[in-house]
Design a protein around this ligand. Structure first.
Ligand SMILES: Nc1ncnc2c1ncn2[C@@H]1O[C@H](COP(=O)(O)OP(=O)(O)OP(=O)(O)O)[C@@H](O)[C@H]1O
Ligand SMILES: [Mg+2]
Length: 421
C-alpha cells in the first residue's frame, strides 16, 4: 500500500489552472504513465491508498462527493484496487478500479500534466452534472517523480461504448436495432443541449466517447479532454474533433464556431449506426471534405462563407447532393432521414440546435407512455433539470416533454408557462 496525497480540486485548479497539460502520449505502454511505488496504474488486484492522515497540507484538503456535488472534508482514507486497463486513449490510461471501503466500481483516467498546455478537463467535469454525462466523483494527483505529476479523474464506471456495441452487432451481421438508435440519439442530443446551455462544447463527439449500459440503455458522454467553455470574442482552434465526425466549418478552418459542430458529429454518429459504417470516412483533412461532398453535394459559395467568412477560395468538383434515402442500402424510417437532413447541413446557422433536434418528430415514439425497449420501460428521458429547462423555449418544451411526463410532476412544467397560469 502506498500513501498518495489527496488534493482538493480547488487546489488542483489553483496549482495547475490554465497552465496544465493535455498529454498526447508518445508511448502507449504502461511505463509512460505508471506511478512509481503506486500500483494504481497496474492491472491486477493492486491497492493504492489515498490517505488523509499525513502531515502534508494537502492531506487536510477535501474532495468532492458524487451526490451533493458539495466540497466536504474527507479525512477517511480511500483505497483503490486497480483491476484492469479499460482504455488507452491518446491522453492517458483509463483503469477500472474498486474503492475498497465502499465496494463501488469506478473508472480512473490518469493523465500526465504538462505545464506547457491547458488542461480544462477537470474544470469542465467539475461544472457539469447530468444524467447523460459521466460523473466526476473524485480527483487526486500522483507523482512519479517531483517533475512528473499525473491527474487522476475518478468517474462512475459504464461498461460499454456505442463503438463496441456497434462492432458486436456488425460481427453478428445484425443491424443496430432502430429503437436503440433512437433512444441513444435522444440521450446524445440531451447531453449536448445541456452542455451547450453552459456554453461548453464537447469537441470530440464520437462513438468511442459515448458510454452505454446495455441493461438500462442509459447513455453517458465521456472524454472532456478536448472540451472548451466558450468565451465571447475569443477564437478557438479549428484543429479539433476526430476526422470522420469533424464539421465542415472546422475543415474550412473556422475559429468562430459554436455548438453546431457537436450537432454535426451527432448526425454523423446516427448516420453511422444506420449505415453500418462511417458516413464520411475521410483519410485526410481534404479527403474528409470530398467524402462530405459525395453525399451532400458541393457547397455553394454562400454556404462556404457561412462556414467561414475568411475561407480561402477552393475548387471542388461540382457534385449534386445525393438524396438521403439513397445513402442507405436498406429502407430507413423517413423521419430519421428528415432529422439527418436538418442536422447535417453545411450552413451551421441553419443546422438544428440540440434542443431543436430533441423536439423532432423522429423522437415522438419515445414520448409514447407505453414505449418499451426489450419489453422493459425506457430510462427516464424527461426529468429535465432547471438548467436544462431554462435553455428550452416554452413551445419546444411542450414538444419535447410529453404531457403525461409534465403532468406527473408539476416541477417539470416550463417556468414561463407556470407564470402564465
Ligand atoms: N467512465 C468510464 N467508464 C468506462 N469506460 C470508460 C470511462 N471513461 C473512459 N472509458 C473508456 O476509456 C476510453 C478512453 O477514454 P477517454 O476517451 O476519456 O480517453 P482519451 O485519452 O481522451 O481517449 P481518446 O483521445 O482516444 O478519445 C473510452 O473510449 C472508453 O472505452
Ligand atoms: Mg476518447
Amino acid at each position: 500500500m502506498v500513501d498518495l496525497h489527496t488534493s482538493c480540486q480547488k487546489d488542483l485548479l489553483k496549482e495547475f489552472d490554465q497552465n496544465n497539460a493535455k498529454y498526447r502520449s508518445q508511448t502507449t505502454g504502461l511505463s509512460r504513465v505508471s506511478t512509481q511505488g503506486s500500483r494504481l496504474s497496474c492491472p491486477g488486484p493492486a491497492l493504492t491508498r489515498l490517505s488523509s492522515n499525513t502531515t502534508d497540507n494537502q492531506s487536510r484538503q477535501s474532495i468532492k462527493t458524487q451526490d451533493s456535488r458539495q466540497t466536504v472534508e474527507d479525512r477517511k482514507p480511500m483505497t483503490f484496487a486497480g483491476e484492469k486497463i479499460i482504455g488507452n486513449g491518446s491522453f492517458g490510461v483509463i483503469y477500472q478500479a474498486r474503492v475498497a471501503e465502499t465496494g463501488e466500481v469506478v473508472a480512473v483516467k490518469k493523465v500526465y500534466q504538462d505545464r506547457r498546455y491547458k488542461n480544462r478537463e477537470l474544470q469542465i467535469m467539475q461544472e457539469i452534472n447530468h444524467c447523460n454525462i459521466v460523473t466526476l466523483k473524485y480527483s487526486f494527483l500522483t507523482h512519479d517523480s517531483p517533475e512528473e505529476v499525473y491527474l487522476n479523474l475518478v468517474m462512475d464506471y459504464v461498461p460499454e461504448t456505442i463503438y463496441r456495441v456497434f462492432k458486436q452487432y456488425k460481427k453478428q451481421k445484425q443491424h443496430f436495432p432502430p429503437l436503440l438508435i433512437k433512444l441513444y440519439s435522444f440521450q446524445m442530443f440531451r447531453a449536448l443541449a445541456y452542455l451547450h446551455s453552459l456554453n461548453i462544447l464537447h469537441r470530440d463527439f464520437k462513438p468511442q466517447n459515448l458510454l452505454v449500459d446495455k441493461m438500462s440503455h442509459i447513455l453517458k458522454v465521456c472524454d472532456f479532454g478536448s472540451s472548451k467553455k466558450l468565451n465571447k470574442g475569443e477564437n478557438n482552434v479549428a484543429y479539433i474533433c476526430s476526422r470522420y465526425y469533424r464539421a465542415p466549418e472546422l475543415v474550412f478552418g473556422s475559429t468562430n464556431y459554436d455548438g453546431a459542430i457537436d450537432v454535426w458529429s451527432a448526425g454523423c454518429i446516427i448516420g453511422e449506426l444506420l449505415l453500418g459504417e462511417p458516413l464520411f470516412p475521410g483519410d485526410s483533412t481534404m479527403d474528409q471534405m470530398i467524402e462530405i461532398i459525395k453525399k451532400l453535394g458541393t457547397p455553394t459559395q454562400e454556404e462556404i462563407l457561412e462556414m467561414n467568412p475568411k475561407a480561402q477560395q477552393q475548387k471542388f468538383p461540382k457534385i449534386p447532393p445525393k438524396p438521403w434515402s439513397k445513402v442507405f442500402k436498406t429502407k430507413v424510417d423517413p423521419l430519421v432521414l428528415d432529422l439527418l437532413e436538418k442536422v447535417l447541413m453545411y450552413n451551421p446557422h441553419k443546422r438544428l440546435t440540440a434542443v431543436e433536434a430533441l423536439a423532432h418528430p423522429y423522437f415522438d415514439e419515445l414520448r409514447d407512455e407505453g414505449c418499451k425497449v426489450d419489453g422493459k420501460d425506457l430510462p427516464n428521458l424527461f426529468d429535465f433539470s432547471q438548467q436544462e429547462i431554462g435553455a428550452i423555449q416554452p413551445d419546444l418544451y411542450e414538444k419535447i416533454v410529453p404531457s403525461w411526463a409534465r403532468m406527473s410532476k408539476s416541477r417539470f412544467s416550463h417556468p414561463l408557462k407556470q407564470q402564465q397560469k
